[in-house]
Design a protein. Structure first.
Length: 179
């Protein structure tokens, strides 16, 4: 669940990046930073540690990202740190990306398959989704053997479940209700 803070900050930051003509570049950098924070939770905790003076925490941000990201993105991270909102960083990115996708006619799709899709299957599915939505589709594919067979698709707030596991679960439910 995205917080109101993440929505407000992510939304405002997108407006700034768009106004500066940096929306696409910032999206990529922003995603990399969130990934780094996810991979290093101790770093986020360090930046939120009240026993460390704020100026030292800001200095740590400068040292880590200073000349590697757009200056406004660096300042955005500092503002989140100063206000105690670093925990909302991922939500800010989510809102930023939502606005970017809306403005650029992009739909995000998450596909989960029981086994790896071949490149031909991936491309065929991508083409079908783009034709179906009339949008460019940013598709991420995951593998989950527990699905047994078929695929599950999450796109634009809807789930389409064509997995064998889902069908077995529905069948089990029908059988249980009839007994």
């Amino acid at each position: 669940m995205m917080t109101e803070t993440a929505k407000k900050y992510g939304d405002s930051f997108y407006d700034l990046a768009l106004e500066e003509g940096q929306a696409s570049q910032v999206l990529e950098q922003f995603g990399e930073i969130v990934k780094l924070f996810d991979e290093n939770p101790d770093y986020r905790r360090l930046l939120a540690e009240p026993s460390i003076p704020m100026m030292e925490r800001i200095k740590l941000i400068d040292e880590a990202f200073g000349d590697k990201v757009w200056p406004y993105l660096l300042n955005f991270i500092k503002v989140l740190c100063e206000h105690g909102y670093l925990g909302d960083l991922k939500g800010c990115l989510k809102e930023y990306k939502k606005r970017f996708n809306d403005d650029n006619n992009i739909a995000e799709a998450s596909v989960t398959s029981a086994r790896s899709l071949t490149e031909e299957q991936r491309q065929a599915l991508l083409t079908k989704l783009e034709n179906m939505t009339g949008k460019k589709v940013d598709m991420t594919v995951y593998v989950n053997p527990a699905l047994i067979g078929g695929i599950r698709l999450d796109m634009e707030g809807k789930r389409y479940d064509g997995s064998a596991k889902h069908r077995f679960d529905e069948l089990s439910s029908i059988i249980e209700k009839s007994v």
